[in-house]
Design a protein around this ligand. Structure first.
Ligand SMILES: *[C@@H]1O[C@H](CO)[C@@H](O)[C@H](O)[C@H]1NC(C)=O
Ligand SMILES: *[C@@H]1O[C@H](CO)[C@@H](O)[C@H](O)[C@H]1NC(C)=O
Ligand SMILES: *[C@@H]1O[C@H](CO)[C@@H](O)[C@H](O)[C@H]1NC(C)=O
Ligand SMILES: *[C@@H]1O[C@H](CO)[C@@H](O)[C@H](O)[C@H]1NC(C)=O
Ligand SMILES: *[C@@H]1O[C@H](CO)[C@@H](O)[C@H](O)[C@H]1NC(C)=O
Ligand SMILES: *[C@@H]1O[C@H](CO)[C@@H](O)[C@H](O)[C@H]1NC(C)=O
Length: 323
């Protein structure tokens, strides 16, 4: 786990100076297969018994973990931890601070006040968000320092309880589509960027034994490293012991290659861990070379050799899990 981090960073930075090419070489069979789910149900528990599966990543909303101010309810994680440990497997926790449905708000009710920008603001789900904002979910107002203060208090409580118990912990993807420069939301790209980094740094500072990871796919106002958001964020994660990851492992996908993928590869040995997921939509992606969905082997080889990931989180509907 992260205990050897200092030594690890030291040796990898020496390597980077002397033999930069060796870092790009595929390490042999170091990629572990895990499951990914929004909810650990009976199907998930039964798939977890497969011998090649090391553990499971599950999602928990802020609202579910803090139903009332300062009253934490970690029973869902406790339960899931119990189930996974009983099977000799590991649990990975993703704190969900955004949703993709307008009917489901990820934040506790007490945040619904102007000082917190209501805690969350509508997120656009559409093709032309600049001109036609269709609210399709919610994003936590992490650019608001009062919101972050409450969120980090939750992270601290989670670490006090689960550090060293869960294998890893991650904050969700960086992509977000909210109304900017709007006097109601208070959102700006720069405040969101800084707020996200601040939360990631904080998470890594309280989780000493479990991995703390930030998912990065796209930064708003940061396409193809505009504003240096991609390069600056990965550098920041390396300096602050934050692992990196992404929600979508789609081999050689151009939009991703223009954004986070090259940085995941470059930083594979400069951060504590690098992980990636094959979520449901990724299973439908078509390999242009074969005109078929990507195979299990293609997903694995891309994650391992190109991205340098050490864990691959598979959606429960992945065909190979049902063969
Ligand atoms: C863990 O689960 C087992 C059954 O799987 C149950 O008997 C036990 O009470 C649970 N422990 C806790 C702490 O929830
Ligand atoms: C992690 O280490 C820091 C600094 O030593 C300490 O303040 C904090 O309580 C530790 N966190 C946990 C969950 O043990
Ligand atoms: C903010 O967004 C709301 C909702 O679309 C809109 O009514 C309002 O005019 C916007 N305010 C600014 C300052 O752009
Ligand atoms: C938004 O806030 C700025 C600065 O407080 C102010 O100058 C501007 O008039 C406000 N715009 C709207 C539409 O309220
Ligand atoms: C907060 O909620 C109130 C009441 O629902 C609404 O009028 C206001 O526009 C919301 N503010 C933001 C930032 O969404
Ligand atoms: C398709 O094949 C070309 C040539 O071998 C290769 O460069 C490219 O990465 C492949 N694309 C995918 C998605 O595998």
């Amino acid at each position: 786990m992260r205990l050897t981090l200092g030594l690890y960073l030291l040796s990898s930075s020496l390597l980077a100076v002397t033999t930069p090419v060796s870092l790009k070489e595929p390490s042999t069979s170091s990629l572990a297969q895990w499951l990914y789910t929004s909810d650990i149900d009976d199907e998930a528990l039964s798939l977890l018994e497969r011998p090649e599966i090391h553990g499971i990543q599950s999602l928990y909303t802020w609202k579910s973990l803090e139903p009332r101010k300062d009253q934490y309810d970690f029973s869902a994680i406790d339960n899931d931890l119990n189930h996974t440990q009983t099977k000799g497997k590991s649990l990975w926790v993703q704190i969900q601070d955004r949703t993709f449905s307008i009917d489901s708000n990820p934040v506790p009710k007490y945040l619904h006040s102007p000082i917190y920008n209501n805690g969350s603001v509508p997120q656009c789900d559409g093709d032309d968000c600049d001109n036609n904002f269709i609210a399709g979910g919610w994003a936590t107002a992490q650019w608001n320092p009062h919101v972050r203060e409450r969120f980090q208090r939750l992270l601290k409580a989670l670490a006090a309880r689960f550090d060293g118990q869960v294998y890893g912990f991650n904050l969700p993807e960086t992509a977000i589509e909210v109304q900017s420069n709007n006097n109601t939301t208070g959102y700006t790209c720069q405040d969101y960027f800084e707020g996200t980094l601040d939360n990631a740094r904080y998470a890594a500072s309280v989780f000493n034994r479990s991995y703390a990871v930030q998912y990065v796919n796209f930064w708003p106002c940061g396409w193809a490293n505009e504003n240096n958001y991609l390069s600056d964020s990965f550098q920041f994660f390396a300096e602050n012991g934050v692992g990196v990851g992404g929600p979508d492992n789609i081999p050689f996908k151009q939009t991703m290659e223009n954004n986070a993928y090259p940085y995941m590869s470059e930083y594979r040995n400069k951060v504590p861990i690098n992980v990636v997921a094959v979520q449901e939509p990724d299973l439908a992606a078509i390999n242009p070379n074969t005109s078929k969905p990507f195979t299990k082997e293609e997903f694995i080889s891309f994650a391992e050799e190109q991205l340098g990931s050490r864990i691959l989180f598979w959606a429960l509907s992945s065909p190979w899990l049902h063969q």
